[in-house]
Write a protein that binds this ligand. Structure first.
Ligand code: PLP
Ligand code: TYF
Length: 394
C-alpha cells in the first residue's frame, strides 16, 4: 500500500541547508534558513532559557500529563506578551501548540470548523509553509499584493484593494512583524487602514507573529497586532517562541483567539482543546514551561529582554553595514532598503540566475527568491557579500 505514495517535493529552504553543509568550499556563507546566528555562526541557548531549565530541573517532580490546552501560566504570559495591556483573558481562548507552525495549522482547522467554505488570503509572497499547509488541507488560497519589487517596500495600495475582496467568513493572514520572506513591513498608520478594511468586510484576521522582538523591539513589533485586536472583535494570533526565545527544537508556540463575548470564548476554547486532542493530544510541555518561567521570573525576564535586544541590535547593525557597504561599492542608494527592512530577512529582488551565481561563484547561499538571512552575516562577511552582490550584477 505504501508504494502508492507519491514523492513529495522537498522544502526548498531545508534542502538548501543540506546543500550548504555538503559544500566543501572554505569561507562559504549561509544566508539561507531563518535561524539566528551570532558572529561565530553559532545559535546559542539564551542565558535566561538555560537558567529557567536549571530551575525546572531542580523543582519539577513529575512528568505526568498536564493540560490539554497547555499550561495556563504559559498562555497567560503569552497573552500579555503579545497583546500587552489590551489582553482580555476573559475573551481570549488560548492553546499551546507544536511551535508557531502548529498554531497556524490549528488556527486554520478552527476557522474551517467555523466556516467550511472559507477562503484564505495570503500575502504575495508569504512563508512557503503557509501555502503548502493550506494546499494540503485543501483550503482555497487567494493572494494579496504585498511586495513591490521596484521599491522593495510594500505595495500598500495593491494590498488594500486585494484584502478588501475578503468577505465575512474568509480569513486574511497577516505577518505581525518582520515579514518573511521580504523584510518589508506595514507602518502603524497602514495597520490602522487594514483594520478599517477588516472592520468593513468582517473578514477574520489571522496574525502570524513569529519574530516579536527581532524588528523594532518587543512592544513595537506587537503594535500592529495590538491595534487589530483593539479594533476587531474576533482575531486569531499564531505566536511562535522559536526565534525570540531561541528554542526552535522545543517546538513552542500558541494560538490566541480573541472572541467577541465570553460565551464565544468558551465555545472557541472547547473547539481548540478538541483540535489538540484530535491532532496530538497534549501539547509539548518543556518549551512552554521555559517561556512561562522566563516571563514570570523578574530576573530572568529582564535578562531575556536584554539578550533579545543584543540580538536585535546586532542584526540592525549588520543591516546598516551592508547597506552602507553597498552604497559605496555600487555608487548608488538602491540597496538602502536593506537598512529599512526589519527582522531576519531581506528580499533583494534579484532573479534566480543571479542567486544561483552567488552560490556557484561565491559560495554564498540564499533562498532562491533572493531572501537573505541577515543573522548569517558578521563584520567580516558583510564586505564579501556586498562585493559579490555588485559583481553578480544584482
Ligand atoms: N511563521 C513564520 C513566518 C516563520 O518564519 C516561522 C518560522 O520558522 C514560523 C511561523 C513558525 O515557526 P515554528 O513552528 O518553528 O515556531
Ligand atoms: O523561513 C525560515 O527560514 C524559517 C525556518 O520548513 C524554517 O521560518 C524554514 C523552513 C521550514 C521550517 C522552518
Amino acid at each position: 500500500m505504501l508504494g502508492n505514495l507519491k514523492p513529495q517535493a522537498p522544502d526548498k529552504i531545508l534542502a538548501l541547508m543540506g546543500e550548504f553543509k555538503a559544500d566543501p568550499r572554505q569561507g562559504k556563507i549561509d544566508l539561507g534558513v531563518g535561524v539566528y546566528k551570532d558572529a561565530d555562526g553559532h545559535t546559542p541557548i539564551m542565558r535566561a532559557v538555560l537558567e529557567a531549565e536549571r530551575r525546572m530541573l531542580d523543582s519539577e517532580t513529575t512528568k505526568t500529563y498536564s493540560a490539554l490546552s497547555g499550561e495556563p501560566d504559559f498562555l497567560k504570559a503569552m497573552g500579555e506578551l503579545v497583546l500587552g495591556a489590551g489582553y482580555k483573558p476573559e475573551l481570549t481562548a488560548g492553546l499551546a501548540t507544536v511551535g508557531g507552525t502548529g498554531a497556524i495549522r490549528q488556527a486554520l482547522e478552527l476557522a474551517r470548523m467555523a466556516n467550511p467554505d472559507l477562503r484564505i488570503f495570503v500575502s504575495d509572497p508569504t512563508w512557503p509553509n503557509h501555502v503548502s499547509i493550506m494546499n494540503f488541507m485543501g483550503l482555497p488560497v487567494e493572494t494579496y499584493r504585498y511586495f513591490d519589487n521596484a521599491t522593495r517596500g510594500v505595495d500598500f495600495e495593491g494590498m488594500k484593494t486585494d484584502i478588501a475582496r475578503a468577505k465575512k467568513g474568509d480569513v486574511v493572514l497577516l505577518h505581525g512583524c518582520c515579514h518573511n520572506p521580504t523584510g518589508a513591513n506595514l507602518t502603524i498608520e497602514e495597520w490602522a487602514e487594514v483594520a478599517d478594511i477588516l472592520e468593513k468586510t468582517g473578514a477574520l484576521p489571522l496574525i502570524d507573529l513569529a519574530y516579536q522582538g527581532f524588528g523594532d523591539g518587543l512592544e513595537a513589533d506587537a503594535a500592529g497586532t495590538r491595534l487589530i485586536a483593539s479594533r476587531i472583535p474576533e482575531v486569531l494570533i499564531a505566536a511562535s517562541c522559536s526565534k525570540n526565545f531561541g528554542i526552535y527544537r522545543e517546538r513552542t508556540g500558541c494560538l490566541l483567539a480573541q472572541c467577541k463575548d465570553a460565551a464565544t470564548r468558551d465555545l472557541t476554547q472547547g473547539a481548540m482543546a478538541f483540535l489538540n486532542r484530535q491532532t496530538y493530544s497534549f501539547p509539548p510541555f518543556h518549551g512552554a514551561k521555559i517561556v512561562a518561567t522566563v516571563l514570570n521570573s523578574p530576573d530572568l525576564r529582564a535578562d531575556w529582554m536584554a539578550e533579545l535586544e543584543e540580538v536585535r541590535g546586532g542584526m540592525l547593525r549588520l543591516r546598516e553595514q551592508l547597506a552602507s557597504e553597498l552604497r559605496a561599492l555600487s555608487g548608488s542608494d538602491r540597496f538602502d532598503f536593506i537598512a529599512s527592512h526589519r527582522g531576519m530577512f531581506s528580499r533583494l529582488g534579484a532573479p534566480a540566475d543571479k542567486v544561483q551565481r552567488l552560490k556557484e561563484e561565491f559560495a554564498i547561499y540564499m533562498v532562491g527568491d533572493s531572501r537573505l538571512n541577515i543573522a548569517g552575516l558578521n563584520d567580516s562577511t558583510v564586505p564579501i557579500l556586498a562585493r559579490a552582490i555588485v559583481e553578480a550584477g544584482i
